[in-house]
Design a protein around this ligand. Structure first.
Ligand code: PGA
Length: 244
């Protein structure tokens, strides 16, 4: 695992955007795995800026998001499609039909999970997957205890995750209890992974991640078994790891 230590969230976003644009230059038909949450917002902003100023094109790109809440309508501000549309998709030239997210409003959620896996395979798998990390070590919505063999599946959200995400809702009661997420195995199939972390709230998670011990109780630890992972984290997130 390569660790890039940066000063602050701004530098984290710049580095992450630079890495994605490098890969895009090498492979215009890039299959890009995307994440939501607070952490990648700055990266999307940088990609948009570059698209505007340098004309970096996403015409041939396909994107797959990690996860989606169950039961939040597409046009609701907390829906992840809505998040992606407003923070990235509407501002670049990515063809809308090539931007995939799990459908959290599907009538049959199991069928939706299988459909998503099928779409990923059909696209040839993910070239670069962007990841955040939960305070409990979750990646996507794979909470502690999730099998490393898991594919896209429906999850019951951990209380700590619901609490952490309550800041995006008007109250914790509004935070859904379920989500669809790529599984750990799905994520591990990505050819390259870029994990972002910023802020002191992530310091303990980063310590556990970089300790090298691998356990299903701390989902992100599986990344220690992946051959091509870059962690881009700021000083606050790395403060207890000796990596700053
Ligand atoms: P955050 O979430 O970027 O909002 O901190 C990260 C995650 O839960 O994966």
């Amino acid at each position: 695992m390569r660790v890039i230590s940066v000063k602050d969230p701004q530098e984290m976003s710049e580095q992450a955007a630079r890495l994605i644009m490098d890969r895009l230059r090498q492979k215009p038909k890039l299959v890009l795995g995307l994440a939501t949450g607070g952490t990648p917002e700055g990266t999307y902003q940088k990609l948009i800026e570059n698209h505007r100023t340098e004309g970096m094109s996403y015409r041939q790109v396909t994107t797959f998001n990690l996860d989606e809440y169950v039961g939040i309508p597409k046009m609701h501000p907390n829906n992840y499609f809505y998040y992606m549309k407003h923070r990235l998709f509407d501002h670049i030239d990515l063809p809308p039909e090539k931007a995939y997210l799990p459908n959290g409003e599907a009538e049959d959620l199991q069928t939706e999970c299988a459909r998503y896996e099928h779409l990923l395979k059909k696209a040839g798998g993910i070239d670069v997957q962007l990841l955040g990390i939960g305070v409990n070590g979750h990646i996507g919505f794979n909470e502690p205890g999730t099998s490393f063999e898991s594919l896209t599946h429906v999850v019951e959200l951990d209380e700590s995750t619901r609490k952490a995400n309550a800041r995006f809702f008007s109250s914790i009661e509004e935070v859904p209890h379920q989500a669809i997420t790529m599984g750990i195995q799905t994520i591990m199939c990505a050819r390259e992974i870029v994990l972002l972390a910023a802020g002191e709230a992530k310091a303990e998670a980063m310590t556990r991640l970089l300790s090298g011990s691998v356990t299903e109780q701390f989902p992100a630890s599986v990344l220690n078994h992946h051959p091509h992972v870059t962690v881009i984290a700021d000083e606050a997130a790395l403060k207890r790891t000796g990596n700053r």
